[in-house]
Design a protein around this ligand. Structure first.
Ligand code: SF4
Length: 212
C-alpha cells in the first residue's frame, strides 16, 4: 500500500504531529530523520517488539508487531503489542525513558484502539504505555476527547501532506529535545519569519491601496 498516494496516514505520524506539526512534515515530506539520544533509546526498545509473533500467556493471547488499519479514518500502522483478554484487544505501546506526561503517545495509542475497534468490531476502552526506563505500565483510558483528537490530527496530517505544507517552527521548549533541531533550525527560521512579517507590514499598501 502506498500510504501517501492513497491518502492513508501512518499512526506514527500522529505522534509527530501532536508533538509538533513541523516535525511531522519534516519526517514525512522531507524524509528527515536524525538520531539523538531519545530516538536511539526508542529504537533499542522497539527492536524487541518489532518482530511479528503470536503466543498464549496464560489466559492472554499476545500479538507482537501487529498490523493495524482503519478504513473509516484512513489510518494504518503497527501495534508493538496487543493483548487479547476474552477477545477484547488491549494495545500496549513501548516507550523509552521514564513515565511522564505523554499526550502525543496517548493520541497514537488511541489511534491504535480505533483501528482495533474497526477490525474486530468490539469496543476497546483502554490500553497502556509501557515505559522501558522505569519499567512502568501506565493505563490510558480512551475518552471521547482523546478519540476526537485522533480524528482531528489524522485529518490535519492528511491535509498537510497532500498540500506539501511545511508549518513554521514552534520554537519553544519542545525544540531542545527534538532530534530534528539541526535540520529544522527553529530559531533561525522563526527570526527570518519575524523579519519578513515586519518588512511586509512596512511595505504594505495604505488602506486606499495607493502609493504614498
Ligand atoms: S526543532 Fe522544534 S520546531 Fe523544529 S521540528 Fe523539532 S520541535 Fe518542531
Amino acid at each position: 500500500m502506498d500510504c501517501e498516494e492513497d491518502g492513508w496516514v501512518m499512526l506514527s505520524a500522529l505522534t509527530h504531529y501532536v508533538y509538533c506539526p513541523r516535525r511531522c512534515a519534516l519526517v514525512n515530506l522531507e524524509q528527515e530523520f536524525t538520531e539523538n539520544i531519545y530516538t536511539m533509546r526508542g529504537r533499542a526498545v522497539h527492536e524487541n517488539v518489532d518482530i511479528e509473533s503470536s503466543r498464549q500467556e496464560g489466559y492472554v493471547r499476545v500479538e507482537r508487531a501487529m498490523p493495524l488499519w482503519s478504513k473509516r479514518l484512513g489510518l494504518t500502522g503497527k501495534a508493538d503489542v496487543v493483548e487479547f483478554r476474552d477477545s477484547v484487544p488491549y494495545p500496549v505501546d513501548y516507550k523509552s525513558g521514564k513515565k511522564g506526561r505523554r499526550t502525543p503517545e496517548a493520541v497514537q495509542l488511541c489511534g491504535q484502539a480505533l483501528c482495533l475497534e474497526e477490525m474486530f468490531s468490539v469496543p476497546v476502552p483502554k490500553g497502556a504505555l509501557f515505559f522501558h526506563g522505569s519499567r512502568e505500565r501506565v493505563e490510558v483510558a480512551f475518552t471521547d476527547d482523546l478519540r476526537r483528537r485522533v480524528e482531528t490530527a489524522t485529518e490535519a496530517v492528511r491535509k498537510m501532506l497532500s498540500r506539501n505544507e511545511m508549518p513554521p517552527p514552534v520554537n519553544d521548549d519542545r525544540c531542545p529535545n527534538c532530534s530534528l533541531n539541526e535540520s529544522c533550525m527553529p530559531s533561525v527560521v522563526a527570526n527570518k519569519r519575524s523579519v519578513r512579517q515586519a518588512l511586509d507590514a512596512l511595505y504594505a499598501p495604505d488602506d486606499d491601496g495607493g502609493a504614498p
